[in-house]
Each structure stands twice: as structure tokens, then as C-alpha cells.
Design a protein around this ligand. Sequence first.
Ligand SMILES: Cc1cc2nc3c(=O)[nH]c(=O)nc-3n(C[C@H](O)[C@H](O)[C@H](O)COP(=O)(O)OP(=O)(O)OC[C@H]3O[C@@H](n4cnc5c(N)ncnc54)[C@H](O)[C@@H]3O)c2cc1C
Ligand code: FES
Length: 350
Amino acid sequence: MSTLSSVYKKIIIRDIISETQDVKTFKLGYADGSPLEYEAGQFITFVFPKHELAEERRSYSFSTAPKIDDVPAITLKRVTNGEYSRWFIDHAKPGDALLTIGTSGYFTLPDDLGKYKRLILLAAGSGITPIFSLLKRALQEYPSLQLVLIYSNRTAADTIFYNELIGLQQEYSERLTIEFLFSTSPNLLRARLNKGLLENLLKKYSHDDHAQSLFYLCGPYDYMRMATIVLQTEGVPPENIRRENFAIVKPVQKRFPPDQEQHAITLYMEGNRYTFEVQFPETILQQAKKNNIPIPYSCESGQCGTCAATCTKGHVWMWNNEVLTDSEIQKGRVLTCSGYPVGGDVVLEI
Ligand SMILES: Cc1cc2nc3c(=O)[nH]c(=O)nc-3n(C[C@H](O)[C@H](O)[C@H](O)COP(=O)(O)OP(=O)(O)OC[C@H]3O[C@@H](n4cnc5c(N)ncnc54)[C@H](O)[C@@H]3O)c2cc1C
Ligand code: FES
């Protein structure tokens, strides 16, 4: 593990806004005044030192969008018994400092968004955070795009950004439709998002023209699983479904690289050149950590994209990839946390 060092930047909580009973928005800025750069839909990863050689990491999506919101902000829900979310909600105050490895993530709008007719956003609870950021950007930058938000909560009072969303719906009434679903609703046909309800909403908004619809999903594991299965069963192409997973459950590794020999990695990162040998069972990230090479990471299981690099020579085989799309893989993007060099030496750039 790399020791706490200059690779981490200090960030300051500038302001805190209460959203619902257990949700707050935290406005952030770098302590040295440099701009906090990110894209709509991305997240920031904090590093929490435990003691001299141990640390923990947590990632939080931006609820703001660059150029639209003045100050970058994250929106966080208190998780019962959650170590860091409880600290944020119960104890954090303006002026508090945190350490970060920076921003990352692939839950962003594609460069070719203009070729789609509509964006269908599905969010549940705090899953609205990156979706709200994407929604604001899409409304502002893609005037010909139709937008649908299907947003599940317990009640209106628990609904994060409820008033802001109603405001957007009024402002963009020609282009934006919001379906608020409340699980406590007595009308069971419009309560919890289930298979039948999602099928109906899909017919209503995507018609049978699914190739022209791009879907973004963020919510609890079971919600995302159900929604993904329904969308795929109804004929939505898998590459039109983007997902952001908040609850990282490390999967058991069941696939192993076809080549388990030792190979050399050359890594170019922030003006530095690192060389090291990687041999199965160590992944590229695991070996880099042992060598104190500060590759950014968060989930360590192929689910967030923080550790991504571009492979400019050789091949990297990944045992799990839940974030990189086919087009990103074609550009050479690989995940170092689940990646092994295969078939020879490898050159990477971060
Ligand atoms: C890419 C990414 C983006 C994220 N963005 C956001 C965001 O915008 N807003 C936000 O509030 N959170 C977000 N999260 C979740 C966040 O990183 C933490 O997992 C969450 O705050 C819980 O951390 P903790 O230290 O409080 O809980 P821990 O101490 O890690 O966990 C305590 C208990 O809660 C369970 N748990 C952990 N995470 C969750 C969860 N998300 N939901 C339900 N139960 C959980 C654990 O299994 C454990 O039983 C994001 C996660 C990822 C990977
Ligand atoms: S650290 Fe999350 S994908 Fe590698």
C-alpha cells in the first residue's frame, strides 16, 4: 500500500445543504484553489487514513454539472451503520478537509449522443445523484433530445431534488417528462418499479424504437438487476444500457488469465515512468501497490473505473469489467485492478 503522500490532494468542504431527512449536499473545492475538474456523471474518491499504513476509500458521484453549477458538489445519503456516510451527515462541517485521489468514472454522456432520439434515466433513492448531473447537462447541451426520468422513492418528502426537478420539468416541459414513483403509494400500479410497470413505461416512452434510446440506471443492486433484465428482455441493445453501481460487492474471481507467465509493465503516469514485473495471481494494480506506485483505485473489483489505463502496447486480460463499454475497450482502455498482462510485455498510460 502506498503511504499517504503528495499523490493525494486536499479538498475542503465549502458548504453543506440539507436535502431530505438523511441526505445532504456537500460543496467542494481544492484547498490550493485549483479547479476541481470532472464530467457530468463522474465521481470523486476520498481516501480516509486509518493509521500510518492503512487507508479506506469511498467514492461519491457529483450531483452538479460543470458549466451549469458554479461549485462542484456531491450528495450523500446516510447509510445505517455506515462508517463514512454517517461521518459526513452527522459530523462534517464547512471548512473540514478531506484527501482525494481525484475524479473518475465512465457513467458519462457519449460523444455521439446526438445520434439518439431520447435519453431514459432510471434512478432510485440516492441513485439520483449522477443522474441529476447527467440530466442537467443533457437539457442544456442537447436541445433536440427528449428526456424521460423514472425516479423511485418512498415518499415525496424522501425524494432528493424534488423541487429542483419539478422546476426543470416546468422549464423544459416540451422535452422532459418525469415519472415520480412512490413505494408507499396506495395505487400499487404506480408504486414500486416492477417488471410490469417498467414494461409499460418502456412502451410509452421508448415505443418499439429502442435502438434510438439510451438508458442510464443508478439505484440499489436489486433495482438495477431487475431493470437491466427487463430492458434486455424487451430488446434494448446491451450497449444502450449504462449503469452506475453504488454498492460494491466484490465478486468471486472465477475466470483466470490464459497466460500466467511473468511480464513487464511500463507505466507512464503524470510525467513519471514506472517499470515493474507482474505475475499471476497478482493483478497489475496489486503489484503496483506492492511497489508503491500510486495508480488510482477505489473498488478493486472491476466495477467503478477509477483504475482505468490506456494500453498502448501488448494485451491486458481482465477477469471482471462492469464499466468499460466496447468502444472504450477498442480505444485500448483497460482496468488495472482486474487486469493481467498476457502474451508479452505491456505499456500503459494513465
Ligand atoms: C462509483 C460510486 C459512486 C457512489 N456515489 C454515491 C453518491 O452519490 N451518494 C451516496 O450516498 N453514496 C454513493 N456511493 C456509495 C458510497 O461510496 C458508500 O458506499 C456509502 O456512503 C456507504 O459508505 P459507509 O462508509 O458509510 O458504509 P460502510 O461502513 O462501508 O458500510 C456499512 C454497511 O452498509 C452497507 N452499504 C455500503 N454501501 C451501501 C450503499 N451504497 N447502500 C446501502 N448499503 C450500503 C455495507 O454493506 C455495510 O453493511 C457511491 C459508490 C460508488 C462505488
Ligand atoms: S478500482 Fe474500480 S474498476 Fe478498478
